[in-house]
Design a protein around this ligand. Sequence first.
Ligand code: HEM
Length: 238
Amino acid sequence: MKKALEFDAKQHYYEPHHNDGKNGTYKCASCPALNNLAYRGFIPRTGRSVTYQNMAQSMRDVFNFGDDNIMIVIVPALALQPGAATLDLDQFMDDKAQHSINCPAAPTRLEKNIGNNIDIDMTLFNQLLSFSKNGETFSLEDLAEHHHLRHNQSRAEGPHWQFGNSNATCALAQYTNLVGVLGRNGEYGLQTLYVEDVKRFYLLEYLPLAYERRELPYYSVESTVLNDRMTHHIGFQF
Ligand code: HEM
């Protein structure tokens, strides 16, 4: 089901960076998984000139993220930068990517029209943590309720707000990726997401201490089922 992740700790030592802005050395994404790959050197540590192949292979190696899920994010990025073999991590959040890759109602990032949409917003992060009913784990339903709040906050904040099915898929996948990839045994089986793991993954952008890699890839059929369960809980349907 899940196995310890083996890698060369000398080569893949942990060295976190902050996003340096437009002309800086280091580029980060609003995705803790992508930043995690950069901080450990699975992709270039600068977060710049990352090849699509390197990004995809590292996502398989570290998270066993399924190829179809990888393509869902990478294909629009390729379309926005036609002909480019590489991209910088912050390009996933730039003006071009709005509504195709960077969607409204991200769990812990501000909307681009409000401010910094790359770095974690601690008020939003603490709000996310407060949705765990027992303080130790998140159920999919807890996460659905948090998404519902973020949806309504985002709607109130955006003068030109729009939220179609693809935005919903994108917003929900940010939660269900956590459950599908980082979930480990507990009260909801392997779909139990632990608060301590979420803290470590978001705040250090480091793998949870008890992290084990899925043996089966996390394909989109599984994420669709999880997304669907979340939408049903809050009375919405794709
Ligand atoms: C090729 C693979 C991936 C790419 C290109 C990617 C890219 C992105 C992008 C562009 C965002 C920002 C979306 C937005 O703000 O609307 C994002 C958010 C996020 N990603 Fe990824 N991602 C990938 C895989 C993963 C995996 C495997 C995980 C989990 C282990 C993950 C966890 C998250 C989370 C939790 C967020 C939400 C951050 C927040 O709280 O706002 N991603 N990702």
